[in-house]
Design a protein around this ligand. Structure first.
Ligand SMILES: [Zn+2]
Length: 319
């Protein structure tokens, strides 16, 4: 998700004062369910932010994209997700929940009419715990599609919500790791991560070497890479998703867990002006302790509470 991008634009007073809606449950599965968290930074061939924002996010972004760029890449995203579903189906999965995790066009990027008809799609904003809305223990496996690397690392369009750094129990987590921990609360393992070589390396480091990685491109820097053909990547995604589901059904993956209570440390982006982040000091509803400039400590026994805190911080910081 390009969360900062998104919330900066969405941060109109009406949105800020509104409660995050509660999400109804997704209809129960008939067969093995795969929950897909779909982003765009890690799609085959994507290297520029303008390729993955629509220009409709808000004022600041009006001239930073064009319909031409975004139309192509939302089509490519839809095809990559379909390839994953086709592969997962071949591996034995029968239910597919697709949650849009990319803030471009306010989480409305996938083309619903071109998406595999078996998929249940969660799109739009605001939605609680944006990258894991609708996830529950009915899923047998989680897959991250087109993910990106952690803030401050040499991945393509790398970032982590509104932070320069986020650690849990002293371990740095990227967006994949954060949401893997949320999935772990439901007992659901992450089985596959696709994106550039850097996010795949991070996934294995954070979640363990057993997670299946699909490298769609190799990062040269934040806005350059060496990419495979998108068609070849779709075949790789399908093949890997089939293997992942077979292995998941054999119980070969463990949910990602860390010792509780979680000791969380957040470092807000230093690129934000001070007045923008001042309200975080008095954020209500969370026991957030300021330990240094832009650095906060939070302790919880539930990763979902951490996810809700991240939502709240984004809304405040980007006012
Ligand atoms: Zn994104």
């Amino acid at each position: 998700m390009r969360a900062s991008t998104l919330y900066a634009l969405l941060a109109m007073p009406a949105v800020l004062t509104a409660q995050m809606p509660s999400a109804p449950s997704v209809p129960p599965p008939d067969g093995f369910r795969v929950y897909l968290i779909t982003d765009m930074e890690g799609l085959a061939s994507v290297v520029f932010n303008r390729e993955i924002i629509s220009g409709y996010e808000g004022e600041r972004y009006r001239n930073q994209s064009s319909q031409d760029y975004w139309d192509h890449y939302r089509d490519l995203m839809t095809r990559e997700v379909n390839a994953v579903i086709a592969g997962a189906r071949a591996g034995g999965a029968r239910s597919f929940v697709v949650n849009e995790g990319h803030g471009g066009n306010l989480f409305g990027n996938i083309l619903p009419w071109d998406l595999d008809t078996a998929a249940i799609l969660i799109r739009g904003w605001p939605k609680p715990m944006v990258m894991s809305t609708g996830l529950d223990s009915s899923a047998g496996a989680v897959m991250f599609i087109a993910a990106h690397a952690n803030a401050g690392t040499p991945g393509i369009i790398s970032h982590t919500y509104a932070f320069d750094r986020l650690t849990v129990n002293g371990r740095v987590l990227n967006e994949t790791g954060i949401n893997a921990l949320v999935a772990g609360e439901y007992g659901v393992p992450v089985v596959l991560v696709s994106g550039d070589d850097e996010v795949v390396r991070q996934a294995k480091e954070q979640l363990g070497p057993g997670v299946i990685g699909v490298i769609t491109k190799w990062a040269i820097g934040r806005n350059a890479g060496i990419t495979l053909s998108p068609a070849v990547v779709r075949q790789m995604l399908a093949d890997s998703a089939a293997v992942a589901v077979r292995r998941a059904q054999r119980g070969e993956f463990r949910p990602f867990t860390l010792a509780k209570p979680y000791q969380i440390e957040l470092v807000l982006r230093h690129s934000y002006p001070a007045e923008l982040i001042a309200p975080i000091d008095t954020l209500s509803g969370f026991h957030l302790e300021k330990t240094a400039d832009r650095t906060y400590r939070f302790v919880t026994t539930d990763a979902r509470e951490m996810a809700r805190l991240l939502d709240a911080i984004e809304l405040v910081v980007l006012r």
